[in-house]
Design a protein around this ligand. Structure first.
Ligand SMILES: C[S@@+](CC[C@H](N)C(=O)[O-])C[C@H]1O[C@@H](n2cnc3c(N)ncnc32)[C@H](O)[C@@H]1O
Length: 292
């Protein structure tokens, strides 16, 4: 089960009631796509997701709308090579990161709440797994990943233990990694190094941030006048990229920022969906000629 976040805000900013063509870069289980398709019987959605398993489930969830969507099992950063006319799209959505479905499936290895193989691939056709990263990357490479993607100020303590352990035995499961980290940092509520290490590995495995800002800027340049883009992020690294891309797009006069501050979930949504706590939504509109 995946409850889509900020659905009303997405619907408002993408003006979904008007019967148009949309691009959902992160279909997941199709929650936002469903909301778009429900809003008008004239809406059509092109979608991408790296996770083929999620796309199959999304198609099952969307049988009421068959014929009104077309999905591609690929990275949204490949949008330019798809048979989709980007300059005909009226609204783009990017709901970044992992879905609850991915987090809740122990065998996918995204979560440390249950013992699981250290996999973390959104696209299970790719070869690189978290296990590979953890056991084959150099000390320096892991140091950089933990610092930059996990925002751990000094990951040396954790790394010393990981390097020591992997010399004796490959670290293959989430509970082994959890034990290593918990020995150094017993349970912590805020800024837990355990969740930060998992976040860092996940971002590296899926190359989540690589080329993201560049992709957004190139997309803004191709968007037709009056079309809109909505980006939802779940941690500060993603939000920084969304903010920076929109700012650069505005400086270049290819996008107009619609959300001076990011939108967050209201009390009602927070009470219903804990995942919405960290969601931030930013939106922009491609200006009519000379309008910025
Ligand atoms: C937060 S979930 C989206 C949930 C979706 N909006 C819904 O309502 O069900 C993020 C999804 O995006 C996918 N994803 C993340 N980065 C991606 C990328 N660069 N290209 C394609 N899919 C991506 C993940 O596999 C995951 O299924």
């Amino acid at each position: 089960m995946h409850i889509p976040v900020l659905v009303d805000e997405v619907s408002e900013y993408l003006k979904v009631a008007e019967g148009r063509i949309f691009f959902d870069g992160t279909v997941g289980l199709g929650g936002h796509t469903a909301a778009i398709l429900k809003a008008s019987s004239d809406n059509f959605v092109y979608g991408t997701d790296k996770d083929g398993e999620a796309l199959k489930l999304a198609k099952n969830n969307l049988t009421d709308f068959t014929g009104r969507f077309q999905f591609f099992n690929t990275d949204f950063k490949n949008a330019a090579s798809l048979p989709v006319e980007i300059d005909k799209i009226d609204g783009f959505l990017f709901d970044l990161g992992v879905s609850s479905y991915q987090l809740d499936r122990p065998e996918r290895g995204f979560s440390y709440s249950k013992p699981a193989p250290l996999d973390m691939r959104m696209d299970n056709k790719q070869e690189l797994t978290a296990c590979e990263v953890l056991n084959t990357y150099s000390y320096q490479a892991l140091f950089t990943i933990f610092r930059e993607y996990g925002e751990i100020k000094n990951p040396a303590k954790i790394l010393d233990r990981i390097i020591y352990q992997r010399k004796n035995k490959k670290i293959e499961h989430s509970d082994e990694l959890k034990t290593i980290i918990r020995k150094i940092y017993p349970r912590q509520k805020a800024m837990d190094p355990l969740s930060r290490v998992f976040q860092a590995l996940r971002i590296e495995v899926n190359r989540e941030l690589e080329g993201l800002e560049d992709f957004f800027i190139k997309l803004f340049r191709k968007m037709k006048a009056g079309s809109r883009v909505v980006i939802i992020s779940f941690h500060s690294l993603e939000d920084r990229i969304a903010k920076s891309a929109l700012k650069k797009g505005e400086d270049e006069k290819v996008i107009e920022i619609l959300t001076k501050k990011p939108l967050t979930a209201g009390q009602g949504e927070l009470a219903m969906n804990a995942r919405s706590r960290s969601a931030k939504l930013r939106a922009g509109e491609a200006p009519k000629r000379g309008a910025v």
